[in-house]
Ligand binder design. Structure first.
Ligand SMILES: [Zn+2]
Length: 382
């Protein structure tokens, strides 16, 4: 395919504080040049728009339908129907400018199949990093996805089986969750020793570990065990949300990245102080230097797959960070935490995963909802 230039727009490179007018030349799936379009065969005019790196969603469930009847739909789906649902949800994300997605919970075989089908061009979608079924205790959070394991030997074997099945990440449920009856978000599910066995085995096999944790005992255990990202990290207690500064200091000291799963669902929370408490916890972790990626837990009830732009606006409200800092989390920041050095920025040699929007999202995140075009691997897909 011949090279082409995106002209007339501002571009934000994923790192800078502002966007600047320039041209971006794409050739062979990669960014060939920025600011010099002398060699381009064709050009597209995007006057009035801003080009940003394709967005990265750090915590998704492609297999869920984002509706209150999610569990009945999940239980009634045949494997074939679920795979089609996952593919459709992936396409919706891609059209919203989300070009890379970390899926943190789905039947392992389906997640791996879809990732490979997208990578081979069999179906359109974002690049996927998949965890398959989360490793959980017997009857633990999301046990119905098939990842039950107990004891240090049991969880080591589960990690080995997951790597054998070719997952990219290991997801482990360090606490119970709101979506599984008879599990308790405020209680730890595994011991520190079990979580450490997960982390050690995963790292030995060159996989990173994402630990779901709501309550303080689980967050602390995950940090002590050496996981790479803590999902939710909501500091949920039996009586509400309450930051524990000893644990947030531990997260910062161990350089555990935070995946906050902040979404438009937060807008529907009752006015009971939880939002403020969650915001205070996020600001405390940021102030201590914790690295954050962007994540929404999309697929759960009330959080559509393509609503990352809305989630980023809520994140800006809670964190009180400038829009450009939140945009960095969803691009270069997420790419670094996920170990993807070939994306998240607009620089020569990077994958041409790009989102073109009307307006300037470095000052107004709602511009991300005004999608003009999406490129993935240099191909215009929306
Ligand atoms: Zn989740």
């Amino acid at each position: 395919m011949s090279s082409f230039a995106l002209r007339g727009a501002r571009a934000w490179d994923g790192n800078a504080d502002t966007a600047a007018e320039t041209t971006v030349v794409i050739d062979g799936g990669c960014i060939e040049a920025v600011g010099n379009d002398a060699g381009a065969d064709e050009s597209l005019d995007f006057s009035g728009c801003t080009i940003v790196p394709g967005l990265i969603e750090g915590h998704a469930h492609l297999c869920f339908n984002a509706a209150p009847d999610w569990r009945a739909v999940y239980d009634n789906d045949s494997p074939g129907r679920m795979l089609l649902r996952m593919a459709a949800n992936g396409r919706a994300m891609l059209r919203a400018g989300i070009t890379t997605v970390r899926d943190l919970g789905a039947p392992t075989d389906l997640a791996v199949e879809l990732r490979d089908a997208i990578a081979s061009g069999l179906t359109e979608g974002p690049a996927l990093l998949v965890a398959g079924s989360p490793i959980t205790t017997t009857g633990g959070h999301c046990y119905f996805m098939g990842g039950e394991a107990d004891g240090e030997a049991g969880v080591r074997k589960a990690v080995r089986e997951h790597v054998k099945a070719n997952v990219d990440w290991i997801k482990v449920m360090a606490t119970g969750g709101n979506m599984t009856p008879r599990t308790y978000p405020t209680s730890a599910q595994f011991t520190v020793e079990e979580l450490a066995a997960v982390a050690e085995e995963a790292h030995r096999l060159r996989r990173k570990v994402a630990a779901h944790a709501h309550g303080v005992p689980g967050i602390r255990a995950a940090a002590l065990a050496g996981v790479d990202t803590v999902e939710h990290c909501s500091f949920t207690t039996p009586t509400g949300i309450q930051l524990d500064t000893e644990v947030s200091a531990l997260l910062a000291e161990r350089d555990v990245a935070i995946s906050p799963t902040v979404s438009i669902g937060f807008r529907r929370w009752p006015d009971d102080g939880r939002r403020e408490s969650r915001a205070a916890a996020i600001r405390d972790m940021l102030a201590r230097g914790c690295r954050f990626l962007a994540s929404t837990d999309c697929g759960i009830p009330g959080v559509p797959h393509n609503a990352l732009a809305g989630g980023l606006q809520v994140m800006a409200e809670l964190s009180q960070l400038p829009p450009v800092d939140v945009l960095r989390m969803a691009t270069s920041g997420s790419a670094k935490i996920l170990g993807l050095s070939d994306r998240g920025t607009i620089e020569p040699g990077q994958r041409a995963d790009l989102l073109v929007v009307e307006g300037d999202p470095t000052t107004d995140l709602s511009a991300l909802e005004r999608v003009r075009a999406v490129f993935r691997g240099g191909r215009c897909v929306a």
